[in-house]
Design a binder for this molecule. Structure first.
Ligand SMILES: [Fe+2]
Length: 176
């Protein structure tokens, strides 16, 4: 590879694992942690975006959306916890400081100053759909790695988020 092109290749962050008696080979654990960290960080980011929607949404359907966004934030908190603990089980470091979360490219931030309920519904639906795709990408990595425990966590998370996407999207007019 030419030197210039090589310098443009994004380096994978180095992952150093804790010592563990877990018999899963270290290489496989590193690959799983590499796939888990982005979905773990995104769950925390998305949790905050749902709380932002819960607090800021305005409109005639305030009560329903205020409750639904809170419920979805609760789901994401549980998903983030399950993913973070799986990272720790494999000897990796769950990421939870603002600085560390910011270093992992994930979701687009919520537009500033947003209030209108339809706008919130569309933005949250886009983010939930994006997160489902992130989970699918992580599951491809677990499949290659035969990490069925991480896959199971992400499969369950996908079911929960798909259902919340349906409930949120159903606030939009038909075929929009
Ligand atoms: Fe609340």
């Amino acid at each position: 590879m030419p030197a210039v092109a090589k310098s443009l290749v994004k380096k994978k962050p180095t992952i150093v694992l804790q010592k563990t008696r877990n018999p899963v080979p270290e290489g496989a654990r590193i690959e799983s942690v590499r796939a888990l960290q982005p979905v773990q960080c995104a769950a925390i980011e998305l949790y905050l975006q749902l709380k932002n929607a819960h607090w800021n949404v305005r409109g005639s359907n305030f009560e329903g959306l205020h409750r639904l966004f809170e419920e979805t934030a609760g789901d994401l908190e549980q998903i983030a916890d399950a993913l973070a603990e799986r990272v720790a089980v494999l000897g990796g470091e769950p990421l939870a400081t603002v600085q560390k979360l910011a270093a992992v490219p994930n979701l687009a931030d919520a537009p500033a100053g947003m209030k209108a309920q339809d706008e919130f519904v569309r933005v949250i639906c886009d983010r939930l759909a994006f997160y489902i795709q992130m989970l699918a990408n992580a599951m491809d990595a677990f499949e290659r790695n035969s990490d069925y425990v991480s896959q199971d966590i992400c499969t369950k998370a996908t079911g929960v988020i798909e259902k919340k996407l349906w409930r949120t999207e159903s606030h939009l007019p038909v075929r929009s």
